[in-house]
Design a protein around this ligand. Structure first.
Ligand code: NIG
Ligand code: FE
Length: 387
């Protein structure tokens, strides 16, 4: 069954062969989708017939957002930690342990409901693909359980057993890394596409460069793709390690040296910026303009999690990227769609060319510029297509 989506005031295709902008803009456009795939894109006046017609009545349509970094399997609440930060407390990742305790104690159904609610909340704001990490279980059974649950809502599942060293392994990081790279990896690899590590020598409970390398190399041997929480709290070794190992993504990139920027520009690792974290931890924002000027690929994601940033809104992150990091509205939208797809190494999403997955988001606005122009206003939603 085919569906014609027409009445599109402005279509963002992210197909650089269409028009002058990398966004591949088409005014007064239409899209035809069939069996979940885009089969035709162009001017509404030239659109072919289809079985069903949806008129979006002068709204803009963009590729569904690709949120390539989120921690959605958890229980508990850390609003008090946020409140303390807003009056001067520093974020150091120490609160992760409280989410681990609550998550371990939670029955499957509670975790499943929280996860489903967040995914639905994301879809209502235009997100059509989300990556979901484990990392609040930190036992063999709990990490595998969190990944099984994540796999119920997305194909983009990430094993983050190396999130922090859990309290029962305090001061025994090597022993914990042996568990992560041994029995935990064995139990989790069947449920994960990716492996990630919180590489942060500046945090007492995260992992230094050597431990991070051990975790990533073990994950690669188990067939997983690589991602790294890198340079969030300090200019540590994470970014350069990510590029050296050809990780798909180095995430955070809040503290970068010139060498880090050169490495990202020269490699195929995407720099995934998470400005909601800087907002929610009252920290300086990453230097997006330096990355873009150097030629690095940049993605934007929410990092939705109960500690450092509890937003599910990609439009909010776009607005922050524009207002606080100096990205243009076009760069920010590209980073939230095609950039996220590159960070997940997914050529089928993040654009609306023929052959792409039919992931469309509609805006209550005539132009993509309104995503940043109308901050905090819920103008984006994923379009539900028949069939
Ligand atoms: O991406 N940096 C480590 N992990 C998360 C935060 C997790 C938490 O505070 O619960 C992050 O910021
Ligand atoms: Fe994260």
């Amino acid at each position: 069954m085919s569906t014609l989506v027409t009445g599109i005031a402005e279509l963002v295709t992210n197909d650089p062969t269409r028009g002058e902008s990398p966004l591949g803009l088409i005014p007064d456009a239409a899209v035809v989708v069939a069996d979940g795939t885009v089969v035709w894109v162009g001017s509404a006046t030239q659109a072919p017939a289809a079985d069903i017609r949806i008129d979006v009545d002068g709204r803009a349509v963009v590729p569904g957002f690709v949120d390539s970094h989120a921690h959605l399997v958890f229980a508990g609440d850390r609003a008090a930690e946020f409140e303390a930060r807003m009056t001067g407390a520093r974020y150091d990742g120490g609160g992760i342990a409280s989410t681990v305790a609550a998550t371990r104690a939670a029955p499957d159904d509670l975790l499943r409901r929280g996860l489903a609610d967040l995914v639905a909340e994301m879809r209502r704001q235009g997100t059509t693909t989300v990556e979901v990490k484990s990392g609040y279980g930190l036992t063999v059974e709990d990490e595998a359980r969190c990944l099984r649950l994540a796999g119920e809502v997305t194909a983009e599942t990430t094993f983050l057993g190396a999130h922090v060293v859990p309290p029962e392994f305090a001061a025994r990081t090597d022993d914990y890394v042996a568990v992560v790279t041994g029995p935990m990896l064995d139990a989790c690899a069947p449920h994960a596409r990716w492996i990630d590590v919180f590489c942060e020598p500046a945090s007492a409970s995260a992992f230094d460069g050597d431990a991070s390398r051990t975790v990533l190399e073990a994950g690669r041997r188990a067939g997983l793709g690589l991602r790294v929480h890198a340079n969030q709290l300090s200019a540590g070794p994470g970014v350069r390690l990510a590029v050296e190992l050809d990780a798909a993504s180095a995430d955070h990139c809040t503290h970068l040296t010139g060498e880090d920027i050169d490495a990202l520009a020269g490699g195929s690792t995407v720099a995934t910026l998470l400005p909601g974290v800087e907002f929610s931890t009252r920290s300086p924002y990453p230097e997006a303009r330096r990355l873009l000027a150097a030629g690095a690929a940049v993605a934007l994601a929410t990092d939705c999690n109960p500690g450092s940033c509890f937003t599910s809104s990609m439009p909010f992150c776009i607005a922050l990227a524009v207002r606080e990091m100096g990205m243009t509205p076009a760069e920010a939208l590209w980073a939230a769609t095609a950039g996220g797809a590159a960070a997940l190494r997914r050529p089928d999403i993040g654009h609306l060319g023929v052959g792409a997955r039919a992931d469309l988001a509609v805006l209550e606005a005539p132009s993509y510029r309104h995503l940043a122009y109308r901050p905090g206003v819920p103008i984006a939603r994923a379009l539900d297509l028949p069939g």
